[in-house]
Ligand binder design. Sequence first.
Ligand SMILES: NC(=O)c1ccc[n+]([C@@H]2O[C@H](COP(=O)([O-])OP(=O)(O)OC[C@H]3O[C@@H](n4cnc5c(N)ncnc54)[C@H](OP(=O)(O)O)[C@@H]3O)[C@@H](O)[C@H]2O)c1
Length: 340
Amino acid sequence: MATITKLSLSYIPHFPHPPTTFHKTFQTLPLFTLPPLCSSSSFENQLRKTISSCRLPSPAIRAINQEVVQTPSSKSTRDSKTDPVASSKFVLVVGGSGGVGQLVAAALLDRNVKLRLLLRDPEKATTLFGEQDEKLLQVCKGDTRNPEDLDPSIFEGVTHVICCTGTTAFPSRRWDEDNTPERVDWEGVRNLISAIPRSVKRVVLVSSIGVTKFNELPWSIMNLFGVLKYKKQGEDFLRDSGLPFTIIRPGRLTDGPYTSYDLNTLLKATAGQRRAVLLGQGDKLVGEASRIVVAEACIQALDIGFTEGQAYEINSIEGEGPGNDPQKWSELFKGAADTQ
Ligand SMILES: NC(=O)c1ccc[n+]([C@@H]2O[C@H](COP(=O)([O-])OP(=O)(O)OC[C@H]3O[C@@H](n4cnc5c(N)ncnc54)[C@H](OP(=O)(O)O)[C@@H]3O)[C@@H](O)[C@H]2O)c1
């Protein structure tokens, strides 16, 4: 079981943030849920049906059906009293207050991997992750749309970057202040990648299935406001950057974002029956992915050498999953190549 230690958020000096009041009212709208402005529930249901009626393309796509998934808390390596930082990694998580990002951050904390969060609202880290040793968790304030927020100090000491930023595919309150797919998934990702130093060993970008087919049905519906096109532009920019990268493209996300949860509760989150993982390549996969599984894929990809320079689609289905076993993940990533 993870231990919560004293909170000491270390703010990057160039990014002081004014004290803010924390509201426990997080967005629960997933990116690909149609929002009120342009949706009726029947339209949304129709869209979901259209997408889920697309046939899973490849019998070669492998599910791993091995042992019961271990949630990070049940297979914790953490002993914060004796071992505050158990890894030489220092991971910058961008979008760590979001659904996938919160699970990435929680799992890294549970494994005593040092991390820094770049958040628009650093107060969210306090609520989500509680009191943490500053040797383990640092938080800095920044908006990826503003290149000036991506000061070199953000990357000081950082060895790996995981970017899980995103906004809704369709107009919603999360587009307030122009936080649209174009600004977040394209400009924000471009700004971030441009600022990452060459010394970083791996950049993992969370993108989406369907990005290579945004002009084709049903993806063109999802792409009405450009989300898939802009995500693809972000991917291409990363590919061309020369940085060592891995792209993870989830299907429609399930499980989370968790709201009003603390670290211990986050660590207990499970994908229920849908723990088995499908990994594909070539953008042929159609389906859903548990945020828990996506977060684990991002973390595992950091250490699996051959995932460098690759993009993987990911779904989760009913069955036993790989949990956080590196060997099983390595087999899954290897198997994905057969689906191309
Ligand atoms: N939802 C789906 O079905 C689906 C399907 C396929 C792929 N995806 C992709 O999967 C990833 C994770 O999705 P999710 O639903 O788990 O994420 P989410 O809950 O929507 O969280 C998005 C994160 O991005 C941050 N963010 C947004 N705009 C930002 C900005 N301008 N600067 C800095 N940070 C910003 C948010 O911070 P705040 O807390 O400040 O808002 C939040 O931490 C995203 O890339 C998403 O596009 C989603």
